[in-house]
Design a protein around this ligand. Structure first.
Ligand code: 5AD
Ligand code: SF4
Length: 445
């Protein structure tokens, strides 16, 4: 096969989006063409997610579907990302048409791995480690947006929450050097990006091996020093996700109060409101500890939006324990929550427990939580009517070609009527109408 046309599909979290951007940068530099659709590609890559069983199943279904469409045409098929890292060479047995298995830390070596198959190897896999700070430079052309960029600051996780596959699929925590992060943000700023998202499974566990780049910044933790250093680059808006409650130092709030370009949004997943369940999840905090963090966030000098993830139906979760989650949600008055039904992941400690909450009970708890949050969110959004928000205009609204859409600094979706020439600008929008998941407003400046 002489032609090198690649199609790549991405599932899952922002880390996967960032890995795909890196992979595509590498591939193009090695002479590959990247296509927007699979039909005429020679090489099909799937960057996969394994955080829940459904996400994993979706990948296999999608591979099957794409191959069926391709018919008799020979294609090289590659599985990348978390499923690749966890399942390794056994993927070749489960899906015999797959030729490549590329682990989460081998993304930068993708051209070499594909090269092996083009040279005649029927199957090639690489589950090796990332070479230190290797190839983290992403070409602007490959970023998912010309205005918003994901900047990984820490990879992997050491927390080992009992339900979670991430410490196995992404490995142990490794922090990028502050120098590498700052030079990437400076470059993005110079290239016209308006917003960076510092990403990692636990951004506030950030702990680089040395101080280079942070010497001139104060802060109670390496992460809050990094926040101040990134704010010092002068880029318009900085968001970060995900924060882990046990490592959440109040100095993060102080940094946000001090630095206008640190956005007013914190994603701080609580997972459950029951101390018993939190203990069995091995989260390392109880509901009271979490509520004290909520107080710190709510008392900040400028209002800060905050959001959470919740798992319903963890093994053994009783009605009373679920009620405690409802109570906590009522107490927190989150700006948004993401609800997940517990999904057993092979190899995690929780997989040894019986997944005994029936699926209809999980569904009912999901519904109860979702409807409570809708009421809370609806009320919060109504209270924003008449307020003016700074919105980064990201493009045309999906619903109407006459409207533009973007995110506020508090990470809400805001639609408003305005022209395409506004794309990439931060504008002020006065909120005139509120839906549960988005706001509508009019342009002020
Ligand atoms: N089952 C259900 N939800 C899970 N999450 C992580 N692992 C599981 C699992 N096994 C959820 C958590 C996490 C989010 C990214 O996914 O809520 O914060
Ligand atoms: Fe998974 Fe817990 Fe690590 Fe988050 S902190 S990635 S839930 S193990």
């Amino acid at each position: 096969m002489s032609s090198k046309r690649v199609y790549i599909e991405t599932f899952g979290c922002q880390m996967n989006v960032a890995d795909t951007e890196r992979a595509v940068t590498r591939l193009r530099a090695s002479g590959y063409d990247i296509l927007d659709s699979p039909e005429s590609a020679d090489i099909l890559l799937f960057n996969t997610c394994s955080v829940r069983a459904r996400a994993e199943q979706k990948v296999y279904n999608r591979i099957g579907e794409t191959l069926k469409k391709a018919g008799k045409v020979e294609k090289i098929i590659g599985v990348m990302g978390c499923v690749a890292q966890l399942e390794g060479d056994s993927i070749f047995e489960r899906a015999p048409k797959v030729n490549l298995v590329v682990g989460t830390r081998a993304v930068d070596r993708l051209p070499e791995i594909i090269g092996r198959v083009l040279d005649g190897e029927k199957r090639a896999s690489d589950l090796g480690e990332r070479r230190l700070d290797e190839g983290l430079d992403i070409s602007p052309a490959e970023r998912h947006s010309p205005y918003v960029a994901f900047v990984p600051i820490i990879e992997g996780c050491n927390k080992f929450c009992t339900y979670c596959i991430v410490p196995y699929s992404r490995g142990r925590e490794r922090s990028r050097s502050a120098t590498a992060i700052l030079s990437e943000v400076n470059r993005l700023h110079a290239d016209g990006y308006r917003e960076v998202h510092l990403i990692g499974q636990n951004v506030n566990s950030y702990r680089p091996s040395n101080d280079v780049g942070l010497e001139n910044f104060t802060g109670a933790t390496p992460f809050s020093r990094l926040l101040r250093a990134v704010a010092g680059t002068g880029i318009a808006r900085i968001k970060f996700t995900t924060s882990f409650p046990r490592d959440f130092h109040p100095d993060i709030m102080t940094a946000i109060e001090e630095q206008q370009n640190l956005c007013d949004w914190i994603h701080l997943p609580v997972q459950s409101g029951s101390d018993h369940i939190l203990r069995r999840m091995r989260r390392g905090y109880n509901a009271d500890y979490y509520k004290r963090l909520v107080d710190v966030i709510k008392q900040a000098k400028r209002p800060v939006a905050f959001t959470s993830d919740i798992i319903v139906g963890f093994p053994g979760e009783t009605d009373e324990e679920f009620e405690q989650t409802l109570k906590l949600i009522e107490h927190c008055r989150y700006d948004a929550i993401y609800i997940f039904k517990y999904s057993e992941r092979r190899g995690t400690p929780a997989a040894k427990l019986t997944d005994d909450v029936p699926s209809d009970v999980k569904a009912a708890r999901f519904q109860a939580l979702s409807s409570m949050q809708k009421t809370i969110q609806g009320r919060i959004h109504k209270s924003l009517i008449g307020k003016t928000l700074d919105v980064l205009v990201e493009g045309e609204s999906a619903k109407s070609a006459l409207d533009m859409t973007g995110h506020s600094t508090c990470h809400r979706v805001v639609n408003f009527s305005g022209g395409h020439s506004l794309a990439g600008r931060v504008v002020q929008v006065r909120v005139t109408d509120a839906k549960v998941n988005s706001l509508y407003g009019e342009l002020m400046n």
